[in-house]
Design a protein around this ligand. Structure first.
Ligand SMILES: [Zn+2]
Length: 279
């Protein structure tokens, strides 16, 4: 399979931020106070700090925002948009649990409307909260005009999204690696220090730069499992500086990358690779 990246780049780099505010706790029926208040850090400290870092480096990013967190923090959503970043959808109350299909569709549409009203334009990308999807999820999103999903773990390149058992020509899957290219599992389960994290992500980038050229990294701005606090935000700052030192890297918002991948001549929608047994 031969694929092309924008501007003839050797590697694309997409930085994504999963807002994960107090809705994570509220969605589980928990009051976001005391030990359960870490989600409040996202809007108050983590996101402003990340916006500052992205601005200093001149790098665009994509923020996946649950509808509830957008309702609670409209000024934060506007600040993200005003800085030139993308807003994608990320559930309503971060539903990382199974839902009835009707209820799922209702919440997808509700979050879509909230984000559209706040942003003035509709989101075109979605990332599942906690990786949960149903057989109907992408069909609903495609109907709403979404052009990409960034939730699956079964590949390390863009590929045609599977919508109701068929390869879509209108929606691309931009998989996210939630093992080694996501802050939460490494800081929480891996117990890595910020210094170790920087070395791990540098090594991940080196390998991808020399291999497939698709580098997508996920941060969370909350306290606790995220990268919002100063020592961990500094890892982002240093990593961006490191990646910028390489030639032929194209920094991209995910929506722009998705639209590029959907153009047949760029090769991403044409390959016949096995896709979860469904191709
Ligand atoms: Zn999340």
């Amino acid at each position: 399979m031969t694929v092309r990246w924008p501007n003839g780049a050797r590697c694309v780099a997409a930085f994504t931020v999963d807002f994960d505010g107090t809705g994570n706790e509220v969605g589980q029926g928990l009051e976001p106070v005391g030990i359960r208040s870490a989600g409040g850090y996202s809007a108050r400290r983590g996101i402003p700090r990340m916006l500052d870092i992205f601005e200093r480096h001149g790098i665009p990013a994509t923020f996946f925002v649950p509808g509830y967190d957008a309702e609670q923090n409209p000024d934060t959503v506007r600040a993200i948009i005003d800085a030139g970043h993308e807003i994608g959808a990320h559930g309503y109350l971060h539903e990382s649990f199974d839902l009835e299909l009707d209820e799922e569709e209702r919440l997808l549409r509700r979050s879509h409307d909230i984000l559209t009203d706040l942003a003035g334009t509709s989101p075109v990308g979605w990332r599942s909260p906690g990786g949960k999807k149903s057989s109907r999820t992408l069909a609903v999103l495609q109907e709403l005009g979404y052009v990409y999903d960034s939730s699956d773990k079964d590949y390390d390149q863009p590929y045609p999204a599977i919508v109701e058992t068929r390869k879509s020509t209108e929606m691309v899957e931009l998989p996210n690696n939630t093992s080694s290219l996501d802050d939460a599992p490494l800081y929480v389960n891996g117990g890595v220090t910020p210094r170790e994290m920087l070395e791990l992500w540098k090594a991940e980038f080196d390998s991808i730069y020399n291999d497939s050229g698709y580098f997508m990294l996920t941060f969370h701005p909350r306290a606790g499992f995220g990268s919002g606090i100063p020592s961990r935000a500094r890892v982002i700052d240093r990593l961006l500086a490191y990646i910028k030192s390489f030639p032929d890297v194209h920094f991209t918002r995910v929506d722009e990358l998705a639209r590029w991948c959907l153009e047949p001549e760029n090769g991403h929608m044409n390959h016949s690779t096995w896709i979860g047994g469904r191709a």
